[in-house]
Design a protein around this ligand. Sequence first.
Ligand code: IPD
Length: 270
Amino acid sequence: MTTELVRIAVGLAQQAGALVAAGRDQAGGDPAALEVAAKTTPTDVVTAMDRAAERLLAGELRRLRPDDAILGEEGAQAQGSSGVRWLVDPIDGTVNYLYGLPQYAVSVAAESGGAVLAGAVHNPASGETFWAGRGTGAWLSVPGRADQRLVVTGCDRLDLALVATGFGYDAALRARQAAVVAALLPRVRDIRRLGSAALDLCFLAAGRLDGYYETSLHPWDYAAGALIAAEAGAVLSGLRGRPLGAAVAAAAAPGLALALFGLLEDLGVG
Ligand code: IPD
């Protein structure tokens, strides 16, 4: 079953990616053409393309896997009887998308019995598709090139670690997140805030980062990326003995995990 779920996840992420990229091209330099509306705060936005891509994803899933459940960032929801549930984020990194920054992705994951079995994260701007099935290893597909197996870095020093994080949209939450970053920055090689949790996790898988953490995510932000990172050898944690989840998603190369997770706990994360 995993192979079939991976095939669908990759195909749908690429199909929805083509749609949102075409929408971005049509808008050109005019963000108003993207029909933006505010969600939880004025800075948390949804574009017409988020909604169109989620409709495409939900519609195709209904057609291909009518017995599966669906949960999408922009409200798509369907009950199912198969035990498989799809978690879809039509555009992870919507603010980057809005500004024309080439750092956004469609994320599609399939879970069953509480475990993610398949995940695909497609960045239409780079043409990269990161994907994994449980037990398949993690892979990067780029048109015209052979698929590349992904492996995390061998980093084992906190002071040499490149660590990514992200921030929520709520101002009070951001103030707490900023305090953690301020204490972490002098202890690591550097910090990155790239703007897409899904891509952060895939970049960790690809050895472009040594570690990543974020608080207050949603399952569609990290479901596919966390599987891809784990299949590339990353250690995942929710800190303080908990599994990675919406409250805390922490992930790191194995040599770094203990030191990074310990420091984050000391800084009050989780
Ligand atoms: C956001 C991105 C961002 C992260 C936020 C997410 P969205 O998702 O993943 O990197 O820091 O916490 O909400 O809103 O672009 O789908």
